[in-house]
Design a binder for this molecule. Structure first.
Ligand SMILES: C[S@@+](CC[C@H](N)C(=O)[O-])C[C@H]1O[C@@H](n2cnc3c(N)ncnc32)[C@H](O)[C@@H]1O
Length: 220
């Protein structure tokens, strides 16, 4: 990987600590976040008439999106991965038949998938790391597979400098302010943008903007 991969250790420690706090105070563990996030993902799977047999939820957090997807679409193989395992109720995931892998980067997870979801994670990556993640994901997708990405915008009032402000009171790095949409990189990796958009999420009284994008891989 690139020169930047050495900071994954730091990021892991930061997230280990985030999830040691009162989980109800973490904006993305709440019901509203799940409901807001679910909508574009469910719509996409339904509108595209997809019948995915496998899905990786990379940067799964509490695993609530993976569970919601499992309940709605009954995908036989779902794997959830995160840099920390402090956030996960493994028993609950097991109950839904979802495997959990602790991973610093996608290549730590084995297997190939029809859908890879990486929701609200890319803003923690530097530009080089983003390209590495895209490259790794492209190798993990089945032909015609879909990669779903989202990242928080830094153009809202919840970010000041490099700090994630809302209630966490912890210095989480915040690099890219949008998901990678560099056409050259996407083309090289065989990705086409099928749809993209923004979602406004209300977090602790702040309006927070999330960019998302759905990419289809055609050359695997
Ligand atoms: C904002 S949370 C989103 C969680 C979940 N996707 C959701 O929408 O509820 C970002 C998650 O990405 C994880 N994460 C950050 N960097 C990561 C990395 N390099 N590899 C795996 N997970 C990572 C964090 O631990 C955290 O759980």
């Amino acid at each position: 990987m690139s020169d930047n991969d050495s900071n994954f250790g730091e990021i892991k420690i930061a997230f280990d600590n985030v999830y040691k706090k009162d989980v109800d105070n973490i904006p993305w563990t709440r019901r509203e976040w799940l409901d807001d996030s679910k909508l574009p993902i469910f719509n996409y799977i339904q509108n595209q008439n997809l019948r995915p047999q496998s899905l990786l939820d990379y940067g799964t957090g509490t695993g609530h999106l993976a569970i919601a997807i499992k309940e709605q679409f009954d995908i036989p193989k779902i794997v959830a991965a995160d840099i920390t395992n402090n956030c996960i109720d493994r028993e609950q995931l097991k109950y839904f038949g979802i495997d959990f892998i602790q991973a610093l980067q996608p290549k730590d997870v084995s297997g190939k998938y029809d859908i890879i979801l990486c929701w609200a994670v890319f803003h923690y990556l530097t530009k080089n790391q983003s390209i590495d993640f895209l490259t790794q994901f492209s190798k993990m997708l089945n032909k015609n597979g879909t990669l779903i990405l989202s990242a928080w915008s830094s153009h809202d009032e919840t970010f000041k400098g490099k700090c994630e402000r809302i209630s966490l009171n912890i210095n989480l790095p915040m690099y890219s302010d949008r998901i990678p949409q560099d056409k050259k990189v996407l083309n090289r990796l065989g990705f086409n943008i099928v749809t993209k958009g923004n979602l406004v999420h209300n977090a602790n009284g702040y309006k927070r903007l999330l960019h998302f994008c759905f990419l289809k891989q055609t050359n695997n």
